[in-house]
Design a protein around this ligand. Structure first.
Ligand code: NAP
Length: 524
């Protein structure tokens, strides 16, 4: 039996340990209990008040450059503790070294990126928004939009799949905006987040009240959110619906930024030669996007559309790649894909494949739990890569609606027409990312005309990008992460776009020189 430590919460600048109401966290490879979590007894109203009264003013007193220096130091601290964090990621969340790096190095990377953006913003505290406008006959009456810090707290609730990066991508933007953070990781993978928070606090760089951590339930925290606060949520569409529909949030127009489910699609354009770099990139990307982090990525490919005359070649090439994936305990060096994060995810994946199988046939894998290399038989939440194939994408319903958060995707044929491909993609109801592979600019243009409004990001794989691209799954800080409709309607990252989600845009009107000076417009 492994050691079961009690995870603390960091509230009002001190560590809190509950004495009752515990949930247990398990090592997903062995099912051994490794930690217990509870937030019972926390004064949640006090947590919010502390962030607003202590953390907010301290952050807002800093210039962007000073906030950036703080964030840069946090990035350095994560790098210094990289090995420890990767080991904890493997043992507590079941990641391989590569998958753990995606989360842990991704966290350091997002901090490093925003530190640079902050330095560029310099010694200011407001962000200029667009060009000014003359309102009267002269510049004596002028207007300029600017972003100013909100004066509340950011409650950042994250999903289980990115316990390190999930905190970093929200906190970097909030802190740069001048807003303190109350972080709530998913219970099943909170061990890694808790350790990361201790490392960040130990730097001494974070002013009092700027970071608090809730491990376990949020209690009545959300009841106390007000008009200056932000609720940033990543998780399932069902939970998002419950949270965003809360009457106190609606009544006060509290900002809510949601990243939710997504039936992401990968589309192969017509007439792509199976020997071409574009085709090979398509197959390589799809296999990786199915299996990286055991398919537990909001950006993972769930639906694969191939022209009917190419679908057999796609299936053969994809299957050959999936055959190479060794599933098991990441402690074993041969393993390339770890377990699912917890028992509930495993049960949901099995149920999900059963549902997809009503409209498609399993052509690779089993859609059922399997034993994993390096773990005792019968133990561990292992799930093999599973590829399904449907005959008719247009009449399918479940395939466009059911997200199976596991290494599972369905291959479907289409005619090769851009309009049809776009219509099929759109059936997902709003996506974080769609990837499309082809070199014909006219076909891609027609595809974009039909899909652009349905996706937060469109990744184009072609001969020219084959060597350089990292694949469609990486949510990079330079580009938007979020999508319309079912994907939550939120916007994170995307350079300063994600920062402004924690700020208020205000229109300043008055004499031009005063307005420009107040907004922070720099002289040409
Ligand atoms: P989830 O069950 O919705 O939980 C997400 C987070 O919300 C967890 O921290 C959870 O805490 C918390 N939570 C649940 N109910 C709550 C409530 N009533 N009040 C306050 N917090 C509450 O989702 P999950 O199982 O962790 O994650 C899987 C889902 O997230 C997938 O559907 C996936 O598509 C989506 N996802 C989306 C993105 C994106 O960027 N769009 C990224 C990753 C995952 P507990 O763990 O303590 O219940």
């Amino acid at each position: 039996m492994g050691e079961t430590k009690i995870l603390g919460s960091y509230v009002r600048d001190g560590w809190f340990e509950a004495s009752e109401g515990f949930a247990t966290i398990h090592d997903p490879s062995t099912e051994e209990p490794i930690a217990r979590v509870s937030s019972r007894g926390i004064d949640f109203a006090g947590v919010l008040e502390h962030a607003r009264a202590v953390g907010g003013p301290a952050l807002r007193a800093l210039t962007f450059a000073e906030r950036g220096a703080m964030i840069k130091g946090l990035s350095r601290a994560l790098r210094e503790h990289r090995d420890e964090l990767l080991a904890l990621s493997a043992s507590s969340t079941g990641t391989t070294a590569a998958d753990g790096s995606f989360d842990v190095d991704g966290a350091g990377g997002v901090f490093a990126y925003y530190a640079v953006q902050a330095r560029k913003l310099g010694d200011r505290r407001r962000i200029v928004d667009g060009a000014g406008a003359q309102l009267a006959k002269t510049e004596a009456f002028w207007a300029q939009h600017a972003w100013v810090s909100k004066q509340g707290a950011a409650v950042c609730i994250n999903a289980f799949n990115f316990p390190a990066w999930g905190l970093a991508e929200k906190a970097a933007c909030a802190w740069l905006a001048g807003v303190p953070v109350i972080a709530k990781p998913a219970t099943s993978t909170a061990l890694l987040t808790e350790r990361m928070v201790r490392i960040l606090l130990d730097t001494g760089l974070l002013p009092a009240g700027t970071l608090q951590l809730i491990c376990g339930s949020t209690g009545d925290l959300l009841d106390h959110l007000g008009p200056q606060d932000v609720l940033a949520f990543t998780g399932s569409a069902d939970t998002a619906l419950k949270l965003r529909g809360r009457s106190n949030l609606l009544e006060q127009s509290t900002a809510v930024n949601v990243e939710a489910d997504s039936l992401n699609a990968a589309v192969l354009a017509p007439a792509v030669d199976p020997e071409s770099a574009t085709f090979k990139l398509f197959v390589k990307d799809v296999a990786r996007e199915m299996t990286q982090k055991t398919g537990q990525k909001c950006t993972a490919v769930r639906r694969i559309f191939a022209p009917a005359d190419a679908i057999d070649a796609v299936q053969a090439a994809l299957t050959a790649r999936l055959e190479r994936v060794v599933t098991g305990n990441p402690a074993d060096g041969s393993v390339r894909m770890g377990p699912l994060a917890n028992a509930a995810q495993l049960a949901d994946a099995e149920r999900g494949v059963d549902e997809l199988a009503a409209e498609a046939e399993i052509v690779y894998g089993t859609g059922k739990r399997a034993d994993g290399v390096g773990s005792p038989p019968g133990k561990g939440f292992f799930f093999p890569p599973t590829l399904l194939r449907a005959a008719d994408a247009l009449s399918a319903d479940v395939l466009h609606r059911r997200e199976v958060f596991a290494p599972v995707a369905t291959l479907m044929p289409y005619s090769g027409e851009a309009d049809e491909a776009a219509a099929l993609v759109a059936k997902g109801g709003g996506m974080l990312v769609t990837s499309v592979y082809g070199d014909d600019a006219d076909w891609l243009d027609a595809f974009l005309a039909g899909t652009g409004a349905h996706c937060g990001r469109i990744y184009i794989g072609s001969e020219g990008s084959a060597e350089a691209s990292f694949g469609s799954g990486a949510a990079l800080p330079q580009t938007l992460h979020g999508g319309p409709g079912r994907a939550g309607g939120g916007e994170e990252l995307g350079g300063l776009v994600g920062v402004t989600r924690y700020m208020q845009r205000v229109a300043l009107q008055g004499e031009r020189s005063l307005v420009d000076a107040l907004a922070g417009v720099e002289e040409e």
